[in-house]
Design a protein. Structure first.
Length: 379
């Protein structure tokens, strides 16, 4: 007999984070837990209160979990005579829209965690990851009112931890300034910029290819999601005309979307987020697709707790993750870190080897002020 329950952990980021669409301050985290045979499997939801265009919202995930999620899980459990659901089964129970993928990713994580704990196996072992640690990339939080002094202090804190790959949020009118600040402070840093779809292929020196191309002179490694998530033609066109490498993030929304990106030749790199694409199984398939077609890839984050960050660390150990992933400590943006953080061995994070999707990095969840609500599963 499997029991399901869910609850929300309230949280805020240490500093506001601006993207091209809004400012993120609050970061409540939805957890689900699956209990069976005196073991608990946890799943964490990536959805934000206010999502980026095309992503699921936390409210939408909660609504679907309560309305149809539990019933679909119940039917699947009945079909299997109450046995645990295999990792690859969960996503097939839900639709292809953003909310369905987010619900599926969270529930898959919980059942996957429970299965691995039952088998006393780590996610790294299940994935056949042979690496023991991975390089951690850093994210410098930037908001509209940030001063150069504040910005440099945040970058310096990450550099003191040994991190040398930085991601910056940019938008039209505020793109070259933060890059120049960072380049002046850390001349040898690898800098990537994330535009969250805020530029236009027919734009000008402010919001078009001319503005983006000037970033090449600052040594920017790639621009992430310069145009709209579904606009593959514009990305392919820009990529064919610009020396700046193109990485897609919001556009890598599913396995099907990733295949379309490959077909159009719209990206040099993928930012793969399990919580967006439908879970671990879908993320692995996308990484393998990228590897097959010579596309670089890395694991991206949604301001997770240490639990889900540890899962990203294991996935970042796959050979297909050719670029440095977003696996720095959650403490850098203010959420509970968990036992595998901060990064160890200078800028490198040890890949969890304990049982479960996070390698046992979940004991602290039970101590959090979460009001768990049971989902009635009628078998």
């Amino acid at each position: 007999m499997v029991e399901l329950s869910f609850g929300v952990l309230d949280g805020e980021l240490i500093q506001p984070v601006d993207n091209a669409q809004f400012t993120i301050t609050n970061r409540p985290v939805l957890f689900v837990k699956a209990e069976a045979n005196d073991l608990i499997g946890y799943g964490e939801c990536a959805a934000l209160l206010e999502p980026l265009q095309g992503d699921a919202s936390l409210g939408g995930v909660l609504d679907q979990l309560r309305s149809v999620g539990k019933d679909r899980i119940a039917r699947a459990l009945r079909t299997r005579g109450g046995e645990l659901l295999a990792p690859g089964m969960v996503a097939s129970l839900f639709g292809t829209d953003a909310t369905s993928r987010s619900v599926a990713a969270m529930l898959e994580m919980a059942f996957f965690d429970l299965q691995l704990k039952t088998q006393r196996q780590s996610l790294a072992s299940w994935l056949k990851v042979t690496a023991t640690d991975v390089e951690a990339g850093g994210f410098v939080a930037v908001h509209g009112g940030v001063t150069r002094e504040e910005f440099e202090q945040r970058a310096s804190d990450l550099a003191d931890a040994g991190i040398w790959r930085f991601r910056l949020k940019i938008r039209p009118g505020f793109d070259h300034t933060p890059v120049q600040w960072l380049r002046s402070l850390l001349p040898d840093a690898t800098i990537c910029v994330d535009a969250n779809g805020s530029y236009r292929i027919d734009g000008d020196d402010l919001d078009g290819p001319p503005a983006l191309n000037r970033l090449v002179d600052e040594g920017v490694a790639h621009v992430e999601q310069p145009f709209g998530a579904s606009n593959l033609v514009d990305h392919a066109t820009f990529r064919s005309q610009s020396p700046l490498r193109v990485c897609l993030d919001e556009g890598v929304s599913s396995v099907v979307a990733a295949k379309q990106i490959v077909k159009y030749g719209a990206a040099d790199a993928f930012c793969v987020k399990p919580g967006r694409v439908g879970g671990v199984i879908a993320a692995v398939e996308i990484l393998r697709l990228a590897e097959t077609h010579g596309i670089d890839a890395f694991l991206g984050g949604f301001f997770e707790t240490g639990f889900a960050r540890a899962l990203l660390v294991a996935l970042a150990g796959l050979p297909a993750a050719t670029l440095i992933s977003d696996v720095s400590s959650p403490a850098t943006y203010g959420l509970p870190a968990g036992e595998h953080f901060p990064p160890q061995l200078a800028s490198r994070v040890l890949i969890p080897q304990g049982s479960g999707v996070s390698g046992g990095n979940d004991g602290w969840i039970a101590d959090q002020p979460i009001d768990w609500e049971r989902l009635e599963i009628n078998l």
